[in-house]
Write a protein that binds this ligand. Structure first.
Ligand SMILES: Nc1nc2c(ncn2[C@@H]2O[C@H](COP(=O)(O)OP(=O)(O)OP(=O)(O)O)[C@@H](O)[C@H]2O)c(=O)[nH]1
Ligand SMILES: [Mg+2]
Length: 559
């Protein structure tokens, strides 16, 4: 059940004094912790020692309390002492029903800033708080107040939760009254157990309207004596005794105490924030990073681009792209020959393949796979190392070894080889074909048979002495028809072969160009991914460390 209680606009006493409003503009300590955490992670990647920063972070996280810019006060005490009445007075509205019926508050009630509701949700759920009332005061001075049921009246499991809660809240107000105070301090187990363990706490003696001035003085002295006697723990502050009357609206001491507690929490948090910022800046400084000037990479974009290009071309020299193109064209031509030269082509293709020549000069796939036989990667590795030499020289001492390790030659060479292997293996190496070729092949077959027939005719004519006609050819004069048939079928065969060659060359060059382009791109990607990945990881860490330190300086250094 959630009811929003707006601050009442009209009237006399404001529900909360001004100090409770907070500034509303500060970023939380959580942001500073996040910055330091990010700085630590980045620094670790860069090889900067982080133990000291981690200690600062752990210490701050331990003292953080709830992850909200809200001050959490828990009201604890026996039934009927006036906890709900005090909360209602602090809030200025009836948040928690107060009555003569005992016990009245049988489940915890929370009064929380709407702005911190989400941050406190987990806590409230964990505590089993089902009644949550929201108020509109936001910022670091905002207060959340938990009205907890009397510890005697709740089951053991719940007591345990409240016990776990107490050291995490910003303060505990142990509420008692003139009838119960003596018993409470001396005999309440829960209280006796907890008072010696908490720093921020107060004893609230409510219902002071039932006493005269002397009575108040006497009880205050009494309580202070009891506290001094029973709860004196070296190094611990003795909780103050605050006298209130919820009935008369006299909460001055409680409000004053709360105000100074909230103020000192602000100071503690500011100090913590500053120490987190100092720690983050220290990590940045060790990495040679100044958060106050623009972030600077090891290699700027221009240097990196030209290094990638140089290394890619070193690797490509080993891969030999012109050689690849020649192989691709030759393979296309071989395929065209097999399909487009008729019966003669089938024989020559067979010879070409069986002689092993095809595998040597017309197999782009095999050529690519054997790239390592043609050239070592040493030049590429050397180029990369040369590129990083200057950044290593100017790097902060703490970062230098990590940076140098990114260009460790053996690892680099092995990684690059594997990456290039993957890059060259990826391509579709199916030799292209064309529907034109079988057509030319069929014509070529006809031409071949025509040639055979004309040769036979010539033989019959010469050996048999048969009469044949002659045709009148310009310039040459009359030529016997069988001769003419031989010459014509030869010429047609030759033209068909030329046509096939021209077409196959065109198809082959187009394919070779595409293959070359895709191998070049794949190798460039391989170089970027493999050769520059470790360096890029450090660049990323460097940027992250800069951003974290910058954020810490800007958001956590406010005084
Ligand atoms: N005279 C007097 N009566 C008070 C004062 N504060 C609270 N009461 C009365 O004491 C009774 C109990 O007050 P609650 O605020 O309900 O007490 P509680 O501590 O919340 O009690 P539980 O919810 O049962 O734990 C009510 O009748 C209140 O009116 C006070 O300062 N003076
Ligand atoms: Mg109550």
């Amino acid at each position: 059940v959630s009811v929003s209680t707006e601050r009442e606009s009209d009237d006399s006493a404001p529900p909360l004094p001004d100090w409770a409003a907070g500034s509303g503009t500060r970023r939380g300590l959580e942001a500073c912790l996040t910055h330091l955490a990010a700085a630590i992670e980045a620094a670790r990647t860069l090889g900067v020692p982080t133990q000291a920063a981690e200690a600062v972070r752990a210490e701050a996280a331990g003292r953080l309390g709830f992850p909200a810019d809200v001050y959490v006060l828990a009201l604890v005490g026996g039934t009927g002492v006036g906890k709900s009445s005090l909360l209602n007075q602090l809030a200025g509205v009836a948040v928690s029903p107060a009555s003569v019926r005992r016990p009245t508050t049988d489940e915890p009630v929370a009064w929380v800033p709407a702005s911190a509701r989400a941050d406190l949700e987990g806590l409230l759920e964990w505590l089993g708080v089902t009644r949550v009332e929201e108020h509109q005061v936001a910022g670091q001075g905002a207060v959340a107040i938990l009205d907890l049921p009397d510890m005697d009246s709740v089951e053991a499991a719940h007591r345990e939760r409240v016990g776990a809660l107490l050291p995490r809240v910003d303060a505990v107000a142990w509420v008692t009254d003139p009838e119960k105070y003596h018993d409470a301090v001396l005999h309440d187990e829960f209280l006796r157990d907890w008072i010696p363990r908490l720093d921020q706490q107060a004893i609230v003696m409510n219902k002071s309207d039932r006493l005269d001035a002397d009575g108040v003085k006497r009880i205050r002295a009494d309580l202070e004596r009891d506290l001094a006697r029973s709860f004196l723990v070296p190094g611990r502050r003795r909780p103050p005794v605050l006298v209130t009357s919820a009935k008369d609206g006299d909460l001055e001491e409680l409000r004053g105490w709360l105000a100074s507690e909230i103020e000192s929490k602000k100071i503690v948090r500011a100090r913590l924030a500053a120490s987190l910022a100092t720690s983050a800046e220290g990590l940045a400084a060790e990495a040679g990073i100044d958060p106050l000037v623009a972030a600077r990479p090891f290699l700027d974009a221009g240097e990196r681009t030209s290094a990638v290009a140089a290394i890619t071309s070193d690797v490509l020299r080993a891969v030999d792209l012109p050689g690849l193109e020649r192989q691709a064209v030759a393979a296309t031509r071989a395929r065209a020959r097999a399909r487009g030269t008729g019966p003669v082509g089938i024989v020559t293709s067979l010879v070409y393949r069986l002689s092993g020549r095809e595998a040597r000069v017309a197999d782009p796939g095999g050529f690519l796979v054997r790239w390592r036989e043609r050239g070592p990667l040493a030049p590429a590795v050397d180029t990369l190392r040369a590129t990083v030499t200057e950044p290593i020289r100017v790097a902060a001492p703490a970062v230098r070894p990590t940076l140098a390790a990114t260009v460790e030659p053996d690892r680099l060479r092995v990684g690059l080889e594997a990456a290039v292997d993957r890059a060259v293996a990826r391509h579709d190496r199916t030799v292209p074909s064309s529907r034109v070729w079988p057509l030319i092949g069929a014509l070529q077959t006809v031409a071949t048979f025509a040639l055979a027939a004309s040769v036979a005719w010539v033989l019959v004519w010469i050996l048999g002495g048969a009469e044949v006609a002659s045709a009148e050819v310009p310039v040459l004069g009359p030529i016997p028809i069988p001769f003419l048939a031989v010459i014509l079928s030869l010429a047609v065969g030759y033209l068909l072969a030329r046509l096939l060659g021209i077409h196959a060359g065109w198809v082959g060059r187009r394919w070779a160009g595409r293959l070359r382009g895709s191998v070049r791109d794949a190798v460039e990607r391989a170089v970027t991914d493999e050769a520059f990945a470790p360096l890029d990881r450090l660049e990323g860490a460097r940027r992250a460390l800069w951003a974290a330190a910058r954020g810490a300086v800007e958001e956590c250094r406010r005084t």
